[in-house]
Design a binder for this molecule. Structure first.
Ligand code: ADP
Ligand code: MG
Length: 248
């Protein structure tokens, strides 16, 4: 006999197999009485994919990311992430759900009064990783993002590209199933943008599913990944090895 927990885990694995690790079915999200931010979109992302979400400002990209994080639930339709219907997650399931999602934002969102080491270690302390393991894993991940020498710096002593590397280290230290990035290079110069995107690509190559919202046409066109374009809350194109569609 499988335990109830194991049985549920098996069911989620079957859903991931059938629908992908991310699945939106006829999803509408309205904030009020006006035109919905997302309007009846459907989408499947398979485990291990790298997907760009593009589109002009105000067309629903961040709303999509918030639905995947379960910061929002849909007004209509279903959002299934890692086999969980996000609208049906119980309070007990939310920490487990969140632990498997890494997230980075345009404005880094680091803790300004803590140093680099503490910013990254914090992600492990809140899920009660043993201190001995934290002392091992934080330096390893900081070396991976090229910040081995900057443990003690506070965020404001770092350049933007370095701050985003800290945010990325924090997002992936718990080995999430999915990494979500909402305009991660929006505040960076072209050189740092490329370096951050290459790090995200490396994370994807090690097995993490990646969804990146971006306005960086050059990077999207060069990287030859799947590109989904949102316009007025609907998907107007979804292409493997796609390019950045023109904005108007
Ligand atoms: P994007 O990330 O593509 O710029 P958003 O998903 O942030 O777009 O926004 C899509 C639409 O939803 C916009 O019209 C925006 O004004 C609206 N919107 C976003 N967040 C809220 C909110 N919290 N309350 C009301 N309207 C919102
Ligand atoms: Mg946005």
């Amino acid at each position: 006999m499988l335990s109830r927990k194991k049985a549920l885990q098996k069911k989620r694995e079957q859903i991931i197999e059938q629908k992908g690790i991310i699945c939106l079915e006829n999803v509408t999200k309205s904030y009020g009485s006006g035109k919905p931010a997302l309007n009846g979109i459907s989408l499947n992302i398979k485990k291990g994919e790298f997907v760009f979400i593009v589109g002009a400002s105000g067309h629903g990209k961040s709303t999509l990311i918030k639905l995947l994080l379960r910061e929002l639930v849909p007004t209509d339709g279903t959002v299934t992430v890692m086999g969980y219907d996000t609208a049906k997650l119980s309070h007990r399931q939310i920490p487990e759900f969140r632990r498997n999602l890494g997230v980075v934002f345009q404005n880094f969102r680091l803790l300004s009064d803590r140093n680099v080491y503490e910013n990254v270690a914090f992600a492990q302390r809140i899920i009660e990783v043993p201190p001995s393991e934290i002392r091992r894993s934080v330096p390893t991940i900081l070396a991976t993002v090229g910040l081995a020498g900057k443990y003690k710096a506070k965020p404001k002593q770092l350049a933007g590209g370095e701050q985003q590397r800290v945010a990325l280290a924090r997002a992936v230290i718990n080995k999430p199933e999915i990494l979500l990035a909402d305009e991660p290079t929006g505040n960076l110069d072209p050189g740092n943008s490329w370096e951050i995107m290459k790090l995200i690509e490396d994370i994807n190559k090690r097995g993490t599913t990646v969804v990146v919202v971006t306005h960086n046409r050059e990077i999207v066109n060069a990287m030859q990944k799947r590109v989904i374009t949102l316009k007025n809350g609907v998907i107007i194109s979804d292409e493997e090895e796609g390019v950045y569609q023109d904005e108007d």
